[in-house]
Write a protein that binds this ligand. Structure first.
Ligand SMILES: [Zn+2]
Length: 220
């Protein structure tokens, strides 16, 4: 039996993921009560309706998020999303919020999903989550790109420094077709290696980001 660790936040009505962007509206399209008129006695259904921006909850960014001609959700092959050999990097936000290439240099990151455990997810759904969060430097992004990693995940508000307006880490990683996963959680429960990472969005044309059920598989 494999063991699974859920690395995703729950998405709820009214929940803000990103400061300045709207919360999802989760409601009934067809309520159980109204459905009773459509079905036989004792048979009822709910059909939900969700209105949300694509950057909601724990999500994956594909190149289209940053680049008009980049691959969108529908164009990412399943091999880039499922059962990726993974490594956990410890980068405690209390030591510093700037994550440079020295965190990765003596680690075997080549060809892997690199998951950065900063501890920031403990501020999820508080005002503290949005400001002065840990991020990956451009130099670190270039190093990981050159190491040919498959995906980079972080439990922070943004993988880039949001104090300025440039987004060099998104630019570098997505420009090399390296996927990004943000707003992960429970990374403190992961071993350093010997597990895989899975995070699969739906196949939507013309959208670059979408919520995922991200999880780790610990093989027995
Ligand atoms: Zn992003």
């Amino acid at each position: 039996m494999n063991r699974y660790i859920d690395l995703s936040h729950t998405i709820e009505h009214g929940m803000i993921t990103y400061k300045g962007l709207p919360a999802p509206i989760v409601c009934d399209y067809l309520s159980r009560e109204k459905s009773k008129a459509l079905y036989a006695d004792g048979t009822e259904f709910q059909i939900g309706k969700i209105e949300m921006i694509s950057n909601t909850g724990t999500y994956v960014d594909t190149p289209f998020h940053r680049y008009e001609t980049g691959k969108d959700l529908s164009e990412i092959v399943i091999e880039k999303l499922v059962d990726l050999d993974a490594i956990t990097i410890q980068a405690d936000y209390r030591i510093g919020i700037e994550i440079g290439k020295s965190f990765f240099e003596n680690k075997n990151v080549n060809g892997k999903a690199v998951l950065i455990n900063t501890g920031w997810s403990k501020f999820w759904r508080t005002d503290a989550y949005f400001e002065n969060h840990p991020f990956l430097t451009e130099e670190a992004a270039i190093y990981l790109r050159d190491q040919r990693v498959i995906l980079v995940g972080i439990d922070s508000h943004n993988i880039d420094d949001t104090r300025g307006n440039s987004r060099p880490t998104h630019t570098t990683l997505l420009g090399a077709e390296i996927l990004i996963s943000e707003h992960l959680c429970n990374l403190d429960q992961l071993p350093e290696s010997g597990f895989t990472f899975t995070a699969v969005p739906p196949k939507v044309k013309g959208v670059g980001t979408f919520p995922v059920r991200a999880f780790a598989t610990l093989k027995k």
